[in-house]
Design a protein around this ligand. Structure first.
Ligand SMILES: [Zn+2]
Length: 269
């Protein structure tokens, strides 16, 4: 499943192809993904110039000079393919630019989504309205202390609550807690300000490292059929059950809220 670094990498890759270009062709090859494509998607995007790209939580944003923003989510299995040689079965939305670049939104499981939102109203769009701050540098220990006060839920669950922090998923919640040496089972409200400062510092570091790893894989997207956004990454604890932690401890896996948590009982207290 694409997490925030994959989405950020995808947006940066798309920016190379789309930013400043005019969209000359839009073709939806089916009516929906997780929900229906906007009926007027083609009409509103065809002829529009892309004025910039961005990201909010795990949504990619493509802004146009028609005061519209195309908001996409990659769901469980989505990706954009660039300058593909031939169409594939799961290429559901096609976009072509005035520079002759071709994009295909590929999504075999169809949990992704595409919406058109008036750019000036993005902050009030229902999916964005309740979101917490971005994890890439907007979260401070003081803010976490205030937000988590009195909360008895495990800190790992609170980190994945999109109303607390937007866009932090399972992998990077595990990695950030490991980097901050915090036991994921600890009650969120019990953590001291100093420990939350360490956590607030760790979150953007683990994300930025992953984004940098993804950035170095961006060269792949110039190749035919290049698929944006997925890259191999080494984790400190995630998916490493039974393996050695850097501290000499052994990584454990437990299940919290139905999701696997990986942590090191020796250096995470
Ligand atoms: Zn350890």
């Amino acid at each position: 499943m694409p997490e925030l670094p994959e989405v950020e990498t995808t947006v940066r890759g798309l920016a190379n192809v789309l930013d400043g270009r005019r969209i000359v062709r839009v073709e939806a090859r089916r009516e929906d993904l997780r929900r229906a494509f906007p009926k007027d998607l083609g009409q509103r995007l065809t002829g529009a110039r892309v004025t910039g790209l961005g990201r909010r939580a795990k949504y990619g944003l493509i802004h146009t000079d028609r005061a519209d923003t195309m908001v996409f989510h990659l769901g469980m299995s989505g990706s954009w393919r660039i300058d593909h040689d031939r169409l594939e079965k799961h290429d559901h939305l096609l976009i072509e630019t005035d520079a002759g670049r071709r994009l295909a939104l590929h999504d075999p499981r169809r949990f992704g989504s595409v919406d058109l939102v008036v750019t000036a109203e993005l902050a009030d769009w229902p999916a964005f309205k309740a979101l917490g701050p971005e994890p890439t540098g907007e979260v401070s220990g003081a803010w976490l202390k205030q937000r988590l006060a009195g909360r008895k839920a495990p800190v790992k669950a609170m980190l994945m609550d999109q109303r607390v922090i937007a866009g932090l998923g399972n992998i990077y919640a595990c990695e950030a807690l490991h980097r901050a040496h915090i036991d994921p089972r600890k009650a969120a409200g019990s953590l001291s300000r100093a420990r939350l400062d360490a956590l607030a510092e760790a979150i953007p570091i683990v994300l930025d490292e992953a984004i940098a790893a993804g950035g170095s894989s961006l060269r792949d997207f110039v190749s035919p059929d290049g698929e944006l956004g997925y890259f191999a990454k080494d984790f400190a604890v995630y998916d490493r059950e039974g393996q050695a932690c850097a501290c000499g401890g052994k990584v454990r896996r437990i299940v919290q809220s139905g999701r696997s948590t990986f942590f090191c009982p020796r250096c995470q207290r």
